[in-house]
Design a binder for this molecule. Structure first.
Ligand code: PEP
Ligand code: MN
Length: 341
């Protein structure tokens, strides 16, 4: 028993009766009232619910159907929610008709550079600022990020431009700090299966951008989303950022087929990050266009004023002028697939 469907017009008291019954069994309920029907999503391990117990729920007034989802991921599945989820972040809707663009440097390197880039990308049409204050670097000797100082600069950008902040959390011990400054918590590719971290953000009220692991299958990825959702946070955004293959001409291989595959499997919104996928700035625009054509709900793009001097990922960063041109060139493609950007 994973979803309980209630007939239209079911009274609050009847819904509460269902919720109370679930609580008695140690389960949580997520109620979504739609125009046509009200759905109660059951959060928790439902495998021990017996047939008799399931039938007792069926007998509650207003209950039309009780559905078991056979997939290992439940809350993330399309069966749980037919409509694509729209995640509203300070008025910016991720998963709606407008494709959202999250842009900014790989790392927050300083106040001036961040404010400068932010002003330019905002003017060019980006709606979120991205930037790492805690960086997952391959080498322990490489720049690790500015920490709280960087988060403060990101918050200042939000004040000045209105762009909500997307920034990475690497360690559960930093959650309070990240929550204080971020609007969307990014979980990086290297941490996609850091289950302790996933459970931690599952208890947060902030939306989570979950990047696909370097060698994760789509099922692994959706199970990681399920970890977050199992704690009650249903605001998960999936971000494809390229996977490891035998090909070395690009940093990773962008799995664009993930977009239509995920559309069938999940209601969660999908963002494509072509920057980390290709690893080379000259290839970013083509893949951003392809991502829009494939139906992505958002893009994540790395931008730096002086890519050759960037502390991290300079090779894949667009200059603001190139970003601006790309944003213009994406418009007709978005229009062709019934979207705006
Ligand atoms: C990033 O967004 O800068 C980043 C480190 O991404 P990923 O986790 O996809 O490598
Ligand atoms: Mn980066």
């Amino acid at each position: 028993m994973d979803i309980i469907v209630l007939s239209p017009g079911t009274k609050r008291e009847a819904i509460n009766r269902v919720v109370r019954r679930l609580k008695k069994w140690g389960l949580q309920a997520h109620v979504s009232r739609g125009a046509e029907r009200t759905i109660v999503g059951v959060i928790g391990d439902t495998s021990k619910i017996t047939e008799d117990e399931e039938n007792s729920v069926r007998a509650i007034e207003g209950v039309e159907d009780v559905i078991r989802i056979l997939k290992p991921f439940k809350l993330a599945s399309r069966e749980f929610k037919r409509q694509t989820s729209i995640i509203n972040v300070k008025g910016k809707r991720i998963g709606g008709k407008k494709i959202v663009v999250m842009a900014g440097p790989c790392s927050v390197e300083g106040r001036d550079m961040l404010l400068d880039i932010a002003g330019k990308i905002s003017k060019a049409g980006a709606s979120f600022i991205r930037g790492g204050a805690f960086k997952p670097r391959t080498s322990p000797y490489a720049f690790q990020g500015l920490g709280e100082e960087g988060l403060k600069y990101l918050a200042e950008v939000r004040e000045k431009t209105g762009m909500p902040v997307v920034t990475e959390l690497m360690d559960p011990r930093d959650i309070d700090l990240i929550e204080k400054y971020a609007d969307v918590i990014q979980i990086g590719a290297r941490n996609m299966q850091n289950f302790r971290l996933l459970l931690e953000v599952g208890m947060s009220k902030k939306p989570v951008l979950l990047k696909r692991g370097l060698a994760a299958t789509i099922k692994d990825w959706l199970m990681a989303a399920e970890y977050i959702m199992s704690k009650g946070n249903l605001k998960v955004i999936l971000c494809e950022r390229g996977i490891r293959t035998f090909e070395t001409a690009t940093r990773n291989t962008l799995d664009l087929s993930a977009v239509p595959v995920l559309r069938e499997m999940t209601h969660l919104p999908i963002v494509i990050d072509p920057s980390h996928a290709v690893g080379k700035w000259s290839l970013v625009e083509s893949m951003a266009k392809a991502a829009v054509a494939a139906g992505a709900d958002g893009l994540m793009i790395e931008v730096h004023e002086h890519p050759e001097e960037a502390f991290s990922d300079g090779e894949q960063s667009l200059k603001p002028s190139v970003f601006k041109k790309m944003m213009t060139d994406l418009k007709p493609i978005a229009r062709a697939v019934g979207r705006t950007i």
